[in-house]
Design a protein around this ligand. Structure first.
Ligand code: COA
Length: 297
């Protein structure tokens, strides 16, 4: 699908994306690239990185891949530094690396819980911290008045509660707290905007195949207000919007891009039934003065 944004809205910017070699992260890499951004990708799997970089370069997008694990502080530092060495500066950090699996709370080991916290929450904080010196106003290649941009990929799981997702819900709740606190502290001190995106179920991603395996996927549309799963493109367009000047007054927000799914709940009555039911209840309550049980009338 074509982008509704002008191709130069992010012209000349440099972005580093963790988890930017596959899934939603790769689509953000691609769309950022198509809108003028030079792309550095950090990931654990070299073949995935290589394939992503050559796909981007075949589109004419300057791209480079760096192997690394966001759980390792030394990897975070090395990759941020290598990005700046390669492209001369850093304007945008996208934290898209994440870990997930379905598991009942009582079957999850403390190490399983910690693994996801380490990737999603601690990893995001570590990357932000390493990138700060380059993203802050007056940093290398930056003007004295303009800071960079951080985008944290979150989720909606923790807005209510989600079956078999206690670890990810906790991790993404922490990510949202990072988004808000860094927006406050680093927005004020360094002119860095920090925002998030909370995707709903997005087709053709590891997230969807892990969390909604094909076996149970068929009924998904019954619960979606817009009656379809989202596309990676939907998330990437939100990212372009937030990273561009169109989002220059948006700071500390996590934009939900889920077609309204997190608001949904099972319909308790068909629409026609509710009309009749509602009128009948009105009639009854008008006939009965307040406090007088209908059985006494
Ligand atoms: N159910 C229950 N526990 C699980 C699990 C599952 N499906 N998968 C892993 N764990 C537990 C392990 O048992 C281990 O805990 P233990 O030492 O107490 O046994 C802990 O989690 C770490 O697992 P391990 O396989 O060693 O971690 P890893 O670093 O190799 O992999 C994961 C990390 C588990 C998050 C892996 O799924 C991953 O790499 N994910 C990245 C991609 C991804 O999930 N994308 C989707 C984004 S929405």
């Amino acid at each position: 699908m074509e982008s509704p944004f002008k191709p130069h809205v992010l012209q000349g910017k440099v972005a580093l994306l963790t988890g930017g070699g596959s899934g939603i992260g790769f689509e953000i890499s691609t769309q950022f690239g198509k809108h003028g951004v030079s792309i550095a990708i950090m990931g654990r799997r070299k073949p995935v990185l290589d394939a992503a970089v050559s796909a981007l370069m075949s589109l004419g997008i300057p791209a480079v891949g760096f192997e690394g694990d966001v759980r390792k502080g030394e990897d975070a530092r090395r990759v941020v530094e290598a990005t700046v060495k390669h492209f001369g500066k850093l304007d945008i950090l996208v934290n898209a690396a994440a870990g997930n699996f379905l598991v009942a709370a009582e079957d999850l080991s403390p190490n399983g819980f910690k693994t996801v916290m380490d990737i999603d929450s601690v990893g995001t904080f570590t990357m932000c911290r390493e990138a700060l010196q380059y993203l802050k106003k007056g940093g290398p290649g930056r003007s004295l008045s303009s800071g960079g941009f951080i985008l944290n990929i979150s989720a909606t799981l923790h807005y209510t509660a989600s079956w078999y997702q206690i670890h990810v819900s906790a991790a993404k709740a922490a990510v949202d707290a990072l988004t808000r606190n860094l927006a406050l502290e680093w927005g004020t001190d360094y002119d860095i905007r920090v925002n998030g995106i909370a995707p709903g179920p997005i087709g053709d991603t590891a997230g969807l195949s892990k969390l909604l395996p094909k076996e149970i996927n068929n009924k998904t549309s019954d619960y979606l207000p817009l009656y379809k799963v989202g596309e990676k493109w939907d998330i990437a367009m939100a990212a372009v919007y937030l990273a561009s000047d169109a989002g220059k007054y948006i700071n500390g927000t996590t934009l939900i891009v889920d077609g309204g799914l997190w608001l949904s709940s099972p319909r308790i009555l068909p629409k026609d039934a509710v009309k009749q039911f509602s009128r009948a209840v009105e009639k009854r309550s008008r006939a009965a003065p307040a406090g007088v049980p209908t059985s006494k009338l």
